[in-house]
Each structure stands twice: as C-alpha cells, then as structure tokens.
Design a binder for this molecule. Structure first.
Ligand SMILES: [Cu+2]
Length: 237
C-alpha cells in the first residue's frame, strides 16, 4: 500500500511540476496575442486533472483501509497502534502541503489569466454594446448598428464596451469564455479573440424581466474582407 501511495503521490507531484502549460503565456511567441478562451480551457483542464488525481489517491487509501481493518467476527474489538509524533505530523502536514501547493499553483495561474482578460491587446477592434429589455444593440465605429447579431472580423481581437439602457443584463459568449454585466450608468468591458469564421451563441445571463429567455442572438465571425464590405454597406445606409 505504501508503495502505491508513494507512486500516486509521485505521479501527482510530477504532473504538477510538468504542468507549466497552464501558464497563460505558455507556448506563445513574443508579441503574439494570448487568447483568453484558450487560457480558460487549459486552466479548467488542469483543475479537472488535479482533483481527479487527488480524488483517486484518497479513494484508494480509504478503500484499502476499509478492507484491511474490516471486522472479522461480530464481537471483534478494534485496537490501534500508537503513532509517533513524526508519523502524526507527517500524516497531517504532507497531504495539507500537497493540497496547498496545488491551490497556490492554480490560484497563480488564475491570476495571470485574469490579467489577460482585463487587458484588451493594442489594436483591438472596439464595438459598443447597448443592452435593453430585451435585445442587444451593437454600434460600430462609423455608426453602423446591428441588433442581436454581433458581426466581427476573424483573426482580430474584439473589445466590447458595454452599458445598459434600463436594468442589469449580462452578455455571455459561451464559446469565447467571456461574460460581463451590462449596467445602466456604467461602462464595463471585455475582449475576445475570434480566429476562424463561424457562428456562435450570445445570450443574456442576468435575469432581466419577462422576456429574458428570449434575449439571445449570434456572434457571426466573418472573413475580414466580407466584414469590411458589410460594414461599408451598413455605414452608408
Ligand atoms: Cu437581459
């Protein structure tokens, strides 16, 4: 059992030591844009792997001791060996240390990812969002506007400046792993990085009245040229 426990602990520590891929900057060339959605996915995967490894270690130990110390006869009285002070502190501190090390590791990675979330890269394309009961208004530089369809060019970081005309709404782009409240009298923001043309869901995730569930739309990622043509047409109109 000791061997299994040692092997599992060693596997976990090796995994943690080699898990530098969750760092938000990992694998990114100098000057390249960090994608919040990719960072989010890496971190989420890391959390899942870590809790699974720890869960398996604890379940294995529990099952082993349940079987080992199972009562052999109905009137059997249990007895236990006294632990030395070193054993006692070891049992308490080593697991606590492993947990805390992993917690700090994940927290540090969350912090660096958060910093990426809060800083739209230079050269982001900025679109204004005005939420109202119960639709999304998108206003582009130059005055073009769209309702419930957020058209964006592929391959460019997109920054949204959001506000609300009435109550609190929340704009959630699930595929891009971003969500933020839109509030009257206040401007909030986030950015995301659509890389390839395609369609994605956008939806309100803050209950805002009777038609809240109908307050959804599409993010339409278009090739740059197509987007430029669309924008030109809408700006003139
Ligand atoms: Cu809403």
């Amino acid at each position: 059992m000791k061997k299994i426990f040692m092997a599992l602990t060693a596997a976990f520590m090796l995994h943690t030591a080699s898990a530098k891929s969750v760092f938000a900057n990992e694998g990114r060339k100098a000057g390249a844009i960090a994608d919040p959605a990719e960072g989010w996915s890496r971190l989420f995967h890391e959390v899942l792997v870590d809790v699974t490894i720890m869960g398996v270690i604890f379940a294995a130990i529990t099952i082993y001791y349940m079987l080992k110390y199972k009562r052999k006869s109905p009137d059997q009285v249990g007895s236990c060996k006294k632990l030395s002070a070193a054993q006692m502190w070891g049992w308490a501190l080593i697991p606590a240390f492993v947990f805390m090390a992993d917690d700090f590791f994940l927290a540090a990675n969350t912090w660096s990812l958060w910093n990426i979330y809060r800083k739209p890269p230079a050269g982001s394309y900025e679109i204004e969002v005005r939420a109202e009961m119960w639709s999304w208004n998108f206003i582009y530089p130059g005055g073009a506007a769209a309702v419930n369809e957020l058209r964006v060019p592929a391959g460019k970081p997109i920054a949204l400046r959001m506000t609300s005309s009435d109550v609190v709404h929340s704009l959630y782009l699930s595929d891009f792993k971003v969500k933020e409240d839109c509030m009257p009298g206040r401007v909030t923001y986030y950015w995301f990085y659509p890389k390839v043309p395609g369609e994605h869901v956008l939806t309100c995730t803050e209950y805002c009245g009777a038609m809240h569930s109908g307050m959804y739309g599409k993010v339409i990622v278009m090739p740059q040229e197509e987007f430029d043509n669309w924008l030109k047409k809408e700006t003139k109109a």
